[in-house]
Design a protein around this ligand. Structure first.
Ligand code: NAG
Ligand code: NAG
Length: 401
C-alpha cells in the first residue's frame, strides 16, 4: 500500500507542481511557461539508473503544453538510454535547461544502436548547456583492434526539424558523429564544445546534410575526424568563429559516393574566422570519382588561420579509396565559384594549395585573394589540375590557377 502511495505521489508530483504554479498565477505571464524537471518524472542523478523513460515523460509533458515549456535537467549524472524526442508539439518554444551530465549506456558491440539521442520533427526547440558523454572508448577500442565492430551511435541526431538552437552544450567522446543535422531548416549551433581524442575513429564534430539555413558559431571542435562535414543537399551554411583541431578539418563531401536521386548539390557555404590547429586538412572539397552528377556552387572561405595543417587548401575530385566502385575515376560534380580570401598561417607540408579537379568536369571560377601559407623555412607550392580561376593580392605559395 505504502509502495502504491509513493508511486502515486511520484506520478502526480509534476502535475501538483504545474497546478500550484498555474494556481499562483505564475504560469501565464510572458516567460513563465510550464516548467518540468526530469527528477519529478523519476529521473535519477546517480549515473546508474536509466532515466530514458523519465526524460521522455518530461518531453511528453512539455510537448503537449500549449504554453512555452522548459525541461530542467539539474546537476548530477543521468544515465540515459537511446531516446528520441519527437514532435510535432503543441507549442513552438520548448527549452531544455541542462546543468547536469547526460551519459550514454556502455555500448553493446553485438547489438549497437545507430543513434543515442534523437530529435525528430521538432520546431522551436532550444537546448541550453549540459554535457553529453557518449562514452565511445569501448567502440574505438574495437575499431582500433580491427575486429568486427558496429558503426556505433551518433550522439545527437536532429532530423526533419526546423527552427531550433543548440547553445553552450558540450558533447564529448561520441561513439560515431557528435552532432548530425539531417533534413532540417533554420538551425543555430553556438557556444558549443565538442571533444574527443585525436585518434578516435569517425568522431566527426558536426555533420550537416539535406539542410538549409544552418549556422555554427563560437564553437570549438576537437575530434578524431572531420570538424564539420558537409553532405549533399546543404544550402546556406555559415561557419563562423570556430576552432578546429585536432581532426580532419572542414570538408565539403565526400560527395557522389552513392547514387543520389536528382543531383548532388551543395550551395551557399561560408566559412569565416576559423582557426585550424594541427589538422590533417583545412578547407577541403572532396568528391568521388563516380558518374554521379551535381555541383558545389558559391563557397566562401575567408579570414582563416592555419597552424601546422597538412593540407591547408585542398580539392580532391578523384577520391576513390581502395580504387573500388569509381567507374569514371574522376568526378562529374562541378565545383564552381569558390573563393579563398585571407588564408594565412603555417602548412605542415610544402604543398599548401592542392587543386585536384576533375578532368571531365574541371573546377571553374576559383578565386584566390591574399594567401600566405608558409612552411617553416622551406618554400611552399601549389598544385593545379583542371582548374580555372583567378588570383589577386599577396600570394604565398605562388598561384597556379
Ligand atoms: C546564403 O546563406 C545564408 C546563411 O548562411 C543566408 O543568410 C542567405 O540568405 C543565403 N543566400 C542565398 C542567396 O540563398
Ligand atoms: C606572411 O607570413 C609570414 C610568416 O608568418 C610573415 O612573416 C609575413 O609578414 C606574411 N606576409 C604578409 C604580407 O602578410
Amino acid at each position: 500500500m505504502a509502495k502504491y502511495t509513493r508511486m502515486l505521489v511520484l506520478l502526480l508530483l509534476p502535475y501538483i507542481y504545474l497546478f500550484s504554479t498555474t494556481g499562483a498565477g505564475l504560469g501565464l505571464g510572458h516567460g513563465h511557461g510550464l516548467y518540468v524537471n526530469v527528477v519529478d518524472f523519476g529521473g535519477k542523478a546517480d549515473g546508474r539508473t536509466n532515466s530514458a523513460q523519465p526524460f521522455l515523460r518530461a518531453w511528453a509533458a512539455a510537448c503537449s503544453s500549449f504554453r512555452p515549456a522548459t525541461i530542467v535537467v539539474p546537476s548530477g549524472r543521468f544515465l540515459v538510454g537511446q531516446v528520441t524526442f519527437s514532435g510535432p508539439c503543441k507549442n513552438k518554444a520548448i527549452k531544455f535547461l541542462i546543468s547536469g551530465t547526460v551519459i550514454a549506456p556502455l555500448i553493446d558491440i553485438s547489438n549497437a544502436a545507430d543513434k543515442w539521442i534523437g530529435f525528430d520533427n521538432i520546431d522551436g526547440v532550444s537546448i541550453h548547456g549540459g554535457v553529453f558523454d557518449g562514452r565511445g572508448a569501448a567502440l574505438w577500442g574495437c575499431k582500433w583492434a580491427q575486429r568486427k565492430c558496429p558503426d556505433g551511435a551518433t550522439s545527437l541526431l536532429f532530423t526533419n526539424s526546423r527552427n531550433f538552437e543548440i547553445v553552450g552544450l558540450t558533447s564529448k567522446n561520441s561513439q560515431l558523429f557528435h552532432i548530425v543535422i539531417l533534413k532540417c531548416q533554420d538551425v543555430r549551433v553556438t557556444g558549443v564544445n565538442i571533444v574527443a581524442p585525436g585518434n578516435s575513429p569517425n568522431t566527426d564534430g558536426v555533420h550537416v546534410q539535406m539542410s538549409a539555413g544552418v549556422t555554427i558559431s563560437q564553437t570549438s571542435i576537437r575530434t578524431g575526424d572531420d570538424c564539420v562535414s558537409i553532405g549533399h543537399g546543404t544550402f546556406g551554411l555559415l561557419i563562423d568563429h570556430v576552432l578546429c583541431g585536432p581532426g580532419h578539418g572542414i570538408s565539403i563531401g565526400s560527395l557522389g559516393k552513392d547514387h543520389v536521386l536528382g543531383q548532388t548539390v551543395v550551395s551557399n557555404v561560408t566559412v569565416k574566422s576559423v582557426i585550424f590547429s594541427g589538422t590533417q586538412n583545412g578547407l577541403r572539397i572532396k568528391t568521388w570519382g563516380t558518374l554521379t552528377t551535381g555541383y558545389v556552387y558559391g563557397v566562401i572561405f575567408m579570414d582563416v588561420v592555419m597552424r601546422d595543417v597538412k593540407n591547408p587548401i585542398i580539392i580532391d575530385q578523384t577520391y576513390c579509396p581502395d580504387n573500388k566502385n569509381c567507374p569514371s575515376q574522376s568526378s562529374h560534380i562541378r565545383i564552381d565559384n569558390v573563393e579563398y580570401i585571407n588564408i594565412r598561417g603555417t602548412s605542415y607540408t610544402q604543398k599548401a594549395v592542392n587543386f585536384g579537379c576533375s578532368s571531365s568536369t574541371p573546377c571553374r571560377n576559383i578565386k584566390l585573394q591574399n594567401i600566405n601559407l608558409t612552411c617553416e623555412n622551406q618554400p611552399t607550392h601549389s598544385s593545379c589540375k583542371n582548374v580555372l580561376g583567378t588570383a589577386s593580392g599577396f600570394m604565398v605559395p605562388p598561384s597556379c590557377v
